[in-house]
Design a protein around this ligand. Structure first.
Ligand code: M6R
Length: 585
C-alpha cells in the first residue's frame, strides 16, 4: 500500500527523478501523490490529488528529494491528507498504519493538525523529540518505540543533509548507484539506474547521503553491515512495452511464466514436500487470488498425493491458531510476499515453532525471508493490480509440489507432474494469440451491459470460479460471484433471469447439466471448456490439461475481465479502491 521513493545524490534533478520513480510505483496506490525537494536550507513540498501518471511537473534543481503515492487509510483523498507531511523541521512520508495514533495525538495538543492522517502524528512526535534535544537518529528510534503497527517511513530534516528511512513490517529497498542512493518500496522505481540493492530489514533504519548508506538497528542504534545484492530484473520486464496495459502484457507473459515456475531442482521440491510430510497439520495461508490458488492446491494434493491440507484466508487464521504448534507446517502463498495479514500469521506461527514454506514472486520479500524454506515462482515483476501470471505460476508450482509429495510413495511422480505442466504450458502458448483475444473481446461486448454475472465450476475449477469472480469484480466493477457448480440450485439460482451471463468452467456431464438448469431460467451460458457442449451460447476453448485444467481455465477469464474493463472505459491496471500490495491489516 502506498509507493515510496527517495534519492540522494549528485545530480541536480532529484525532484524529476522522484516523479519518474513514483510513476513506476503507482500500482501501489494512486489516489494522491506528493514530492518533497530539498532546496538549500528549506524543504519544499508539492502535493496533488489524483493519479501521478499524467503529471508533468517541473521542480527546482536539487540533489535530494522524496515522494509518495497514497492509498488512503486514515482520512479521505484530499491534498491535506496526501504525503509528505511537514511539522516544524520534519518532512515525512509513511506507508503502514500507526494503530495507536489517536492516543499519541492526545499528547501533542501544542500542534494544530492539518490532516486527518496518522502520518502527521509521527511527524509531530519526531519534531517534538528533535526540539527536545535529540539528534534525528535518536528521535526516530524514540518515536518508533511508540508506534504500534507496521510502518515504513522516510524522513528529511531541514538544514540536515541526507534522508532517513526506518521500517517495521512494510518493505523498503535501497538501490546503490555510483554517486547516489535510492530508497523505494519496490525495485522498479530505480531499476533504470542500478540493479545493486540492499534490503532494509525489519527493525532497521538507514541514513543515506549521496553514495553513502549507514544502516543501524532501530532499537539499539548499533551499526548493521549489509551485503550488496544484484537483482536480475530488467527494465523491459518492468515496462509495458508494446502493450496498452500491464494487465494484458502479464496475461500474455503466461506463455513463459508457467514453465519458469516449475524450474526447480527435484531435490528442492523433495525437501519442501518433506516439510509437509513431517508436519503435524498443514495450513496453506494466503489472501485474495493467492488464497484461491491455495484452494485449488487443496484439490491437487487430494487428487495427486492423497494429502488433506487446510486452506485458510490469512485474515481468518486467528480463529484456528490454537491448532498451530511446534511441528505445524504453514505454507504461505503470496505474489508480493509483503501482505500484512499473511506476515502476521507467519510471525505468530514462528513463535510457536511452526515450520514455514513460502511460495512468492519476490524472493527477498518479508514472507520469503521469514520462511524456513522458499520456492520462488520466477514470474518477473507483476505490476497490474489484478494478479494473473503470478496466480497461474503459483498454481503450476503447487501442482508440482503435490507430485513431489506423491513421489515419496510413487517414483517418477515429479517427472510426470512436470510433463503434464509442460504440455499445459505449450497448449496455453497456442491460446495466447490475437485471434483468441479478439474472440474473447467479442464475448465481452455481448455481456458488458449486464450488471450481474455468475461463474460455476467443480473440483479444482470451483476455486477458479471464485478467482474468476475476483478478476471480473476488481477490474470491470461488474457484480460477479463464483459458486461450486452443484451449489447454485441451493439458493443463488433465484437470481438467474433472462440474459444473465453465466460462465461455466468445464464440460463434464454434471457441470453441463448444472448449466442446463441455468439456461432453463434464461441464463446466457458462456462455456470455458475443451469441448463445445450444446448448452453453451458462447464457447471459449481451453486445452484439455489432464489434471491441471484449473491453470488453463482461468486464462480466458483474465482476458475477458480485461476487455470488460476496457469496454467500460476503465483502467484495468489501477482499479478503484485497490492497491497491488496490501501491507496493512
Ligand atoms: O501479494 P499477494 O499475493 O499476497 O496479494 C494477495 C491479494 O491482495 C491479491 O491476490 C489480490 O487479491 C489481487 N488484487 C487479485 O487480483
Amino acid at each position: 500500500m502506498c509507493g515510496i521513493f527517495a534519492v540522494s545524490g549528485e545530480r541536480n534533478d532529484a525532484g524529476s527523478m522522484v516523479l519518474k520513480g513514483l510513476k513506476k510505483l503507482e500500482y501501489r496506490g494512486y489516489d494522491s501523490w506528493g514530492i518533497a525537494v530539498r532546496e538549500g536550507e528549506k524543504i519544499d513540498v508539492e502535493k496533488q490529488v489524483g493519479k501521478i501518471s499524467g503529471v508533468k511537473q517541473k521542480f527546482p534543481p536539487a540533489t535530494e528529494a522524496m515522494g509518495h503515492t497514497r492509498w488512503a487509510t486514515h482520512g479521505g483523498v484530499t491534498k491535506e491528507n496526501a504525503h509528505p507531511h511537514q511539522v516544524g523541521k520534519v518532512t515525512l512520508v509513511h506507508n503502514g498504519i500507526f494503530e495507536n495514533y489517536l492516543e499519541a495525538k492526545k499528547s501533542l495538543d501544542d500542534w494544530k493538525f492539518h490532516s486527518e492522517t496518522d502520518t502527521e502524528v509521527i511527524a509531530a512526535l519526531l519534531d517534538r523529540e528533535i526540539q527536545g534535544g535529540k539528534n534525528t537518529a535518536e528521535a526516530i528510534r524514540a518515536v518508533a518505540e511508540k508506534i504500534e503497527g507496521r510502518f515504513a517511513i522516510l524522513v528529511m530534516v531541514e538544514g540536515e543533509p541526507g534522508i532517513w528511512a526506518a521500517r517495521r513490517g512494510s518493505p523498503l529497498i535501497l538501490g546503490r548507484g555510483e554517486t547516489e542512493t535510492f530508497i523505494a518500496s519496490d525495485i522498479p522505481a530505480f531499476l533504470e539506474y542500478t540493479t545493486t540493492v540492499n534490503y532494509l530489514d525489519d527493525g532497521e533504519m538507514v541514513h543515506i547521503h549521496g553514495a553513502q548508506a549507514n544502516f543501524s538497528n532501530l532499537k539499539t542504534g548499533t551499526p548493521v553491515d549489509k551485503r550488496n545484492i544484484t537483482v536480475d530484473w530488467t527494465t523491459e520486464e518492468a515496462e509495458k512495452g508494446e502493450f496498452a496495459h500491464f494487465m494484458i502484457k502479464e496475461i500474455f507473459e503466461q506463455k513463459q511464466t508457467i514453465i519458469r515456475a516449475i524450474n526447480h531442482e527435484d531435490e528442492k521440491l523433495r525437501q519442501a514436500a518433506a516439510l509437509l510430510k513431517q508436519a503435524n497439520g498443514v495450513y496453506f495461508i494466503a489472501c485474495g487470488t493467492a488464497h484461491k490458488v491455495a484452494a485449488a492446491a487443496e484439490y491437487f494434493f487430494a487428487d495427486i498425493s492423497g494429502r488433506k491440507i487446510n486452506v485458510v484466508p490469512a485474515g481468518e487464521m486467528p480463529y484456528f491458531e490454537r491448532f498451530v504448534h511446534e511441528g505445524t507446517a504453514l505454507i504461505a502463498i503470496s505474489q508480493s510476499g509483503e501482505t500484512a495479514d499473511v506476515l502476521e500469521v507467519l510471525e505468530r506461527g514462528k513463535k510457536k515453532g511452526a515450520k514455514i514454506l513460502s511460495i512468492t514472486n519476490v524472493e527477498t520479500s518479508s514472507v520469503a525471508r521469514i520462511a524456513d524454506a522458499h520456492l520462488p515462482i520466477f514470474a518477473g515483476p507483476e505490476k497490474a493490480v489484478a494478479s494473473t501470471k503470478a496466480a497461474t505460476a503459483q498454481m503450476a508450482l503447487c501442482f508440482l509440489l503435490a507430485h513431489a509429495d506423491a513421489e515419496m510413495r510413487e517414483r517418477g511422480s515429479i517427472n510426470r507432474g512436470r510433463e503434464i505442466l509442460r504440455t499445459t504450458a505449450s497448449s496455453i502458448n497456442d491460446l495466447l494469440n490475437p485471434r483468441y483475444e479478439e474472440h474473447v473481446r467479442d464475448v465481452a461486448e455481448k455481456i458488458v451491459d449486464r450488471p450481474n454475472l455468475f461463474i460455476i465450476g467443480r473440483g479444482a475449477l470451483y476455486p477458479m470460479a471464485l478467482e474468476a469472480a475476483i478478476k471480473i469484480q476488481e477490474v470491470s466493477y461488474i457484480h460477479a460471484q463464483g459458486f461450486a457448480a452443484g451449489e447454485l440450485k441451493h439458493g443463488p439460482i433465484a437470481l438467474i433471469e433472462n440474459r444473465v451471463p453465466c460462465l461455466v468452467l468445464g464440460d463434464d456431464p454434471e457441470t453441463v447439466s448444472n448449466a442446463m438448469e441455468l439456461k432453463a431460467r434464461g441464463a446466457r451460458i458462456i462455456g470455458i471448456a475443451p469441448t463445445p457442449a450444446e448448452v453453451f451460447d458462447e464457447w471459449l476453448r481451453v486445452p484439455d490439461c489432464n489434471g491441471s485444467q484449473a491453470i488453463a481455465s482461468i486464462i480466458p477469464v483474465q482476458i475477458l475481465a480485461y476487455h470488460l474493463a476496457i469496454l467500460k472505459g476503465l483502467d484495468p491496471d489501477m482499479p478503484r479502491n485497490l492497491a497491488k500490495s496490501v501491507t496493512v491489516k
